[in-house]
Design a protein around this ligand. Structure first.
Ligand code: ADP
Ligand code: MG
Length: 324
């Protein structure tokens, strides 16, 4: 055990963030890492920053924070149908806290191993806790799932369940009381989202568009609608939800489902002729998928209705860092 005060920047990197690379040609330790990507493949890359108080609460366990920091990045690869290859980690730390670093690196690297995604570099500095990860993935040229190709008549789907992360946030805020194991269940959804990488890969050539739900279903769906120049109808009663959320009042359920955020599920579109292929992709990837609506002409906008077909008012706003 090294004295905390003597563990410097390079010891810290060596101890917590350096491992042998298997797939990359070169990992941590030089000016650049070197990645091999397959012939005919495109490199997909995305960055996400996590700021304390903004993206996570100080109460989160370090291993869960490590998990989430990578999970939100892998979710972007999933939404593009890209297979993870490697990532870099830029870290600002207020101090060298070895119990934090131990937990953080454990959670981070466990998820990295689960997705065969190697840590190949980064940057480490002193400062207010801030975590920025850049992921790299590969996808056959031209096969990436993008936001702009949804077609009128396509079915609209979502993976997993929605709303638990928002319900957990309301639990932390004290606006709802969650009893027994209910709070822990939704807290796990908020703190340890599971990126839908296998589903994204399985949907290549099947889905016409996709996005991951980070800011709330309606807000993220509206990105697909705008970029594809289409509208949608959405059955709010069809939205998949956990047992814990189902026990909440209807208005709260709808807020969590439609405007919750932090879900990291995939929303995607596919023509009705691909319905069987969608279900096969769901089964092959071990991910539940639910049909929640349909793509309609742009002039019809985004319309919400319930199971009986009655209109539901869209009073929801999605998360925006500069409007909240
Ligand atoms: P440079 O000054 O050339 O950018 P640094 O001295 O910042 O490199 O980092 C030394 C090596 O350690 C580099 O290979 C860098 O990618 C890696 N590195 C720095 N911080 C981290 C981190 N948090 N996780 C993984 N690798 C890191
Ligand atoms: Mg550097």
């Amino acid at each position: 055990m090294t004295d905390v005060a003597t563990l410097g920047e390079f010891d810290l990197i060596a101890r917590y963030f350096t491992r042998d690379v298997r797939r990359a040609a070169l990992g941590v330790g030089d000016d650049c890492a070197l990645l091999n990507i397959g012939a005919g493949m495109q490199l997909a890359t995305s960055s996400d920053m996590l700021v304390e108080g903004r993206h996570f609460l100080s109460t989160v366990a370090p291993d869960r924070l490590g998990h989430k920091a990578l999970a939100v990045n892998l979710s972007d690869l999933a939404a593009c149908g890209a297979k993870p290859l490697a990532f870099t980690l830029a870290l600002a730390l207020p101090a060298v806290d070895e119990s934090f670093l131990d937990g953080f690196s454990r959670g981070l690297l466990a998820l990295a191993d689960a997705h065969d995604c190697e840590l190949v570099g980064g940057d480490t500095t002193r400062g207010p806790l801030n975590i920025c990860i850049t992921v790299f993935g590969e996808v056959p040229a031209g096969a990436a799932l993008l936001r702009h190709r949804a077609q009128v008549g396509d079915d609209l789907y979502v993976s997993g369940t929605l709303g638990d992360a928002r319900l957990a946030l309301e639990g932390f805020r004290g606006t709802v009381a969650l009893h027994g194991d209910a709070f822990e269940r939704v807290r796990v959804a908020m703190e340890m989202p599971q990126p839908r990488v296998a589903l994204g890969v399985a949907l290549r050539g099947i889905a016409t568009s996709a996005i991951d739900v980070s800011d709330g279903l309606l807000g993220d769906l509206s990105h697909i609608l705008r970029r594809s120049a289409v509208g949608a109808t959405l059955d709010v009663d069809a939205l998949p939800r956990s047992r814990v959320l189902r026990e909440q009042p209807q208005a709260l359920q709808r807020t969590c489902l439609l405007a919750g955020g932090d879900d990291y599920e995939l929303i995607f579109t596919a023509p009705p002729a691909q319905a069987t292929a969608v279900q096969r992709a769901a089964a092959d990837s071990g991910t539940a998928v639910t049909r929640i609506g349909r793509i309609v002409p742009a002039g019809d906008g985004l319309r919400l209705h319930d199971a009986a077909g009655a209109a539901v008012a869209n009073l929801y706003t999605s998360f925006d860092h500069f409007r909240s």
